[in-house]
Structures are given as structure tokens and as C-alpha cells.
Write a protein of this length. Sequence first.
Length: 280
Amino acid sequence: MSSVYAIFALYKNDNTPMAFETEIKEYESLRKKYQTMVVKKMDEEEYLKYNEILFSTHSCAIEGNSFSVDDTRELKEKGLGMIPAGKTLFEAFEMLDHFNAYEYVMKNTQHPLDEDFLKEINRLVTLHTLSYRVPDATPGEYTTTDMAAGDTVFGDHEELIERVPHLLASTERAIVAAAIHPVVLAARFHGFYEYLHPFRDGNGRTGRLASNYILLRCAHPLIIIPSDCRQEYISSLKKIRTEATDEHLIRFFFKMAVQRMKGEIEQKETNTQRFRTFVF
């Protein structure tokens, strides 16, 4: 087994709580405040919709979609009858597919992490766009050819696909055992999954949805990677290959989680204070 894949055997005898003690402490302190101030104060349906718009916008933007948060919200509310000016039908379908995949994950957070679940996420993510990019491919089915993305040439697709059930089973056991911090587990899964790259398209969107499924199943908030952090995100993934460690990706996940929670808590506090002194 190559060094890139060997690091993920660390699901066993994991020592990451010590390695990421500072990050975990900051994250958990913020998570309690975030749950109290933001999550529990918002209607559950409203909070899910809020996350759907943000997550879909940024996850698709990482792959090149030009929809803004406002564009995405408008599409969600009005459908294909109101595609924002300057946006393509392809981008709209890509966003609509992401809505459906997100909603599927939200409704199935207690579903075991298995191949059927992973394939269904990918099927929904690529349902109306895959035929434009890869006419001979089927949404939700594994690739039948070797893959490359950017400057990365992935391994032999047949060998990588053979590892998918092991990754899913190992991660499922880790979720149930609850011995690894959920953010560490989500990041590790994401790094391994992206290097397996088992589908013809939608691997990034599928991987980010599956990683957040892990967090949701463990009762943790979503990690949304802003599109303007794309380069740092890609760099963290590449370092798994170049440095044979997932430490950078794990720290990146903690950074994104903390950044999001801090930002939304600050918004809540600022907007509450501002209108306490407003007088007509």
C-alpha cells in the first residue's frame, strides 16, 4: 500500500486528540456557544434551508459554478422559471441537483455509510449534468476509466474502486465507536475519498456532502468551505500526496468550522446590538 493510502489506517489506535488538542478545545468551546445562540434559536426547517443555500453555492462554486448566494436563493425559491441573468442552464441544473442531494443527505443522517448511500449521493449530484460532460457515463455508477483532475493523475481506477467498501466500512465503524473527533474523522474520510476518486464526475461535491453527513450524524454543524478558500482547500488535499500526511486537511477543516461559527455568532451579536438603540 502506498504512503498516501497507508496514513488512513490510522482509524485504528488513533492519537489525534493529542495532536489536535488546541483545535479541538477551541472548536468545542465555540460549538456550544454556536448551538445555543444560532442553531437552537432558529426554526429547524429555516436553519436547514439556510445551510442548503450556503452549502450548495460554495460547494458548486469550488467546481466553477458562478452562482452567488443570492442567485442560489432565487433559484431555490423560483426554480428554472427565473434563472439569474448571465447564468447558464447547465449551472442552474448543477445547483438544482445539489439541492436534491443535500436534501437526501438531510433526510438520511442515520443511514449507514455504505456503497448504496454514496452512490445515491453521486447519482443525485450529477443527475442532470453528467450527460453533458461525459455522455457515456451513468450518474451514481463508478468510473470505468482512470481519472485525472488538475495536475493530479489518480491511480488505477479498478484498484481504487476496490478500496471504496473498505473506506466506507472503516468510517462506519469509527462513527459508531465515537473514539475519533467528528471533524478529524470527516476530514480523514474526505482526503481518502478524494484520492479514490471513484466516479466520473461530482467527486468533490459528493465528498463534501458525505463528510458533512458524518458531522451531522455525530450532531455537529456543517463545515462549509467558502469558494474564496478554494486554493487553500486544494493545497491541503495535495499535501496528502506530496507529504503523505492528512494533518493539513484536518487543520483546514477545523479552521473552516471555527471561522464559520465565529462569523455567524458575531453577525448575531452585532445585529442584535445594532437595533437595540435604533429610534424612529
